[in-house]
Write a protein that binds this ligand. Structure first.
Ligand code: ADP
Ligand code: MG
Length: 461
């Protein structure tokens, strides 16, 4: 039920927009939306701090969409994001929220995609661009991105962009925007660079700070005492005992991620990792497989995992305890979302004990200490993800839509809706999760049949 205090209806939004929100199941504002939207809709600059998954996109999207003139084919809003995945997530959310208005064109402009295609799309006109600072800068330098009609500039995940060394690129882009504009900056933490950006590029920003308020009751936190040399094998022991369908395992270094991946594979546990060495397409595939439940374990550093919107995470494992208690709180806040319980399991060597004491003080908890030998080691049920990802060669470029794939699988191939999981359409490929027991047969049927009237090439990842 919507509650008077945080209903979208109290905001100056069009009836079409309110109806669309209702359709999307957005019945009440999240706390960051309730705190930010009155400020942004009134035209003020905003500096907002909130954690991942708190609904920041709508907090800026509703404001910039309200100001948009669909009849004018010029870029009126620009959103800067640290990575292409985050830019894609923002674009998707913007498209959903923009459904209320007619034909709003939103372009994603990131590195790793062909420049020429982006330039052609820009020539056709766009209302909103979402991209990474480096690529946006390229377009501005070449004169292919005209910002003269821009009225809203958004810096999303600003701290992460600073972590990645984008300060100068952001400054370059911001200086090329019209001075009379609204600037909105979102950040999970406030390192020094944020204040510098705010001073340099914002006009009397209003501040909104929502401190971490995880419902700790939903996160069951356990601290396992280990010796350092047991660390990697302990992860497999935890996984075999708790049997979570989706686990995010945090390491403090890339090297540790690699070592853990090897250790898990040696135990027959399929795990994937995200790191900067992956090509964009490989990163997409990792994220898609993890999010659609065809890979149970994702191993990552904090930098690699920041900002990913992954729901339904049964467990977070702190393979290494982080020295920063705030980072610890961020990490474990990724589990136990919505109505689900989540496990936060931390492996603590002798030198980690003092870190746990600081974390416990900050979280006002009494740490629950456990020993590895309490865990059943006789459980031989393998940890196997419920789904398998099929890759169809052909994506947005071939005008394939999720519905076409679902249609092929539930129509000609004869599967039920329940056997099919998430469908992701990317530029050149489409990924569909299917129940593990039908995967091979589904590959055969799709290869033999047609999607959208065309024969396609399909393989299981
Ligand atoms: P953030 O940018 O803070 O990490 P997002 O904007 O990506 O968060 O939103 C996280 C998820 O919550 C998305 O799946 C989004 O569709 C959903 N969401 C956002 N606002 C609402 C709302 N008011 N009601 C229900 N779901 C929402
Ligand atoms: Mg976001």
């Amino acid at each position: 039920m919507s509650n008077e205090n945080n209903s979208f209806a109290q905001l100056p939004l069009s009836p079409a927009m309110l109806a669309n929100l209702q359709q999307l199941g957005y019945l009440t504002m999240t706390p960051i939306q309730a705190a930010s939207l009155p400020i942004t809709l009134a035209g003020n600059d905003l500096l907002a701090q909130a954690k991942t998954g708190s609904g920041k996109t709508a907090a800026f999207a509703l404001s910039l969409l309200t100001r948009l003139n669909p009849k004018h084919f010029g870029v009126q809003a620009m959103v800067l994001c640290p990575t292409r995945e985050l830019a894609d997530q923002v674009t998707q959310e913007l498209r959903r929220l923009a459904r209320a208005a007619d034909n709003i064109k939103i372009l994603t402009l990131c590195g790793g995609s062909v420049m020429r295609a982006q330039i052609a799309s820009l020539e056709h006109g766009a209302h909103i661009v979402v991209g990474t600072p480096g690529r946006l800068m390229d377009h501005i330098e070449r004169g292919t991105l005209n910002l003269s009609a821009l009225n809203t500039l958004v810096l999303d995940e600003a701290d992460r962009m600073l972590d990645m060394g984008f300060y100068d690129d952001i400054a370059y882009v911001a200086k090329r925007c019209p001075a009379a504009r609204q600037t909105l900056m979102f950040s999970a933490t406030y390192p020094d660079g944020i204040a510098r950006l705010a001073r340099q590029f914002m006009h009397n920003p209003q501040e909104v700070k929502l401190l971490e308020q995880h419902e700790t009751s939903k996160i069951r936190q356990r601290f396992y005492k280990i010796d350092n040399e047991q660390r990697l094998e302990a992860v497999a022991i935890l996984l075999k005992h708790y049997h979570p369908v989706s686990t995010l395992a945090f390491c403090n270094t890339k090297q540790q991620c690699r070592s853990l991946l090897e250790a898990l594979h040696a135990q027959g546990i399929k795990a994937l990792t995200l790191n900067g060495d992956l090509e964009q397409r490989e990163r997409d595939q990792v994220l898609i497989q993890f999010a659609n439940r065809s890979c149970s374990v994702l191993v990552a550093t904090d930098v690699a995992a920041r900002g990913l919107d992954i729901t339904q995470l049964e467990a977070v494992i702190n393979v290494d305890v982080t020295p920063d208690p705030e980072v610890h709180i961020h990490r474990i806040g990724r589990t136990g979302r919505a109505d689900q319980d989540g496990w936060a399991l931390s492996l603590c060597g002798p030198t980690d004990r003092h870190r746990i004491i600081t974390i416990a003080q900050m979280m006002h908890i009494e740490p629950a200490w456990h020993e590895l030998n309490e865990l059943e080691s006789s459980d031989d049920t393998p940890l196997i993800a419920p789904m398998v990802t099929l890759q169809i060669l052909g994506g947005r470029k071939e005008k394939i839509r999720a519905g076409d794939v679902l249609g092929a699988l539930t129509g000609d191939a004869g599967y039920t809706r329940e056997q099919i999981g998430k469908i992701n359409v990317t530029e050149f490929s489409t990924y569909v999760a299917v129940a593990r027991n039908i995967a091979l047969e589904a590959v055969r049927k799709l290869n033999a049949g047609k999607v959208k009237g065309k024969t396609v090439k399909v393989r299981a990842l």
